[in-house]
Design a binder for this molecule. Structure first.
Ligand SMILES: C[S@@+](CC[C@H](N)C(=O)[O-])C[C@H]1O[C@@H](n2cnc3c(N)ncnc32)[C@H](O)[C@@H]1O
Length: 196
């Protein structure tokens, strides 16, 4: 992440939850229903932001599971810690997940509303699978909307390098990188790729 990107998310942080109207309980619930997430699982939430997903993940993994949220923006992370730092099975870490190693192995690694911000998506996926995935674990790329909505936001910001392909096309690219893409769904309410 560049310093400019960190400052961008630091600036957005105070209003993030008020503006993030797409991550409704219904949409998040529908996305999580599609995922292989079970009680006792260890889940990694990369680019956790203000921890939008965290209470829903905690509910699914229960007391025996763990949720680790990673972000590099202090503005985002401090809000996540304030809201959910008291959960015994939740930890927030300040790490650049494309540059530094994340501790632990996980059943599920989530990139929720994060994938277009990756600088080295192919290398980062390879690194995460090698270093942080339990046997049989899955990596998930998800958004609470389709790719047209995401691209419209990034276009407004004049940030076309963040362009997101339709799910079926991104699935093809990721298959060419050597992975199985088990689900590639793209609806107005949910964009989900499950990668093994
Ligand atoms: C669009 S926000 C999404 C936040 C949250 N997942 C949500 O849906 O509300 C992207 C987040 O990813 C974080 N991020 C992007 N690249 C990162 C990296 N390489 N390392 C750590 N955090 C990163 C940003 O700081 C930001 O908080």
């Amino acid at each position: 992440m560049t310093q400019e990107e960190i400052e961008f998310f630091d600036r957005l942080a105070p209003e993030w939850d008020a503006n993030e109207v797409r991550s409704t309980p219904q949409r998040i619930g529908a996305i999580l229903d599609m995922l292989p997430i079970a009680e006792g699982d260890d889940v990694l939430d990369l680019g956790t932001g203000t921890g939008v997903l965290v209470p829903y993940l905690v509910e699914r993994v229960g007391e025996k599971g763990h949720v680790v949220g990673i972000d590099l923006s202090d503005g985002m992370l401090s809000l996540a810690v304030r809201k959910y730092g008291h959960f015994r099975n939740v930890e927030f870490l300040k790490i650049d997940f494309e540059e530094e190693q994340i501790p632990g192995k996980y059943d599920l690694v989530l990139l929720y509303s994060v994938f277009p911000h990756l600088h080295y998506p192919k290398d980062t996926l390879a690194w995460l699978f090698r270093m942080n995935m339990k046997e049989g674990g899955r990596l998930v790329i998800a958004f609470p909307s389709d790719e047209k909505f995401i691209n419209a936001i990034h276009h407004e910001r004049d940030s076309d390098s963040d362009h997101l392909l339709p799910a079926a096309q991104l699935a093809e690219v990721i298959r060419e990188w050597g992975y199985d893409v088990e689900i590639a769904a793209d609806t107005p309410d949910a964009y989900v790729l499950i990668i093994a």
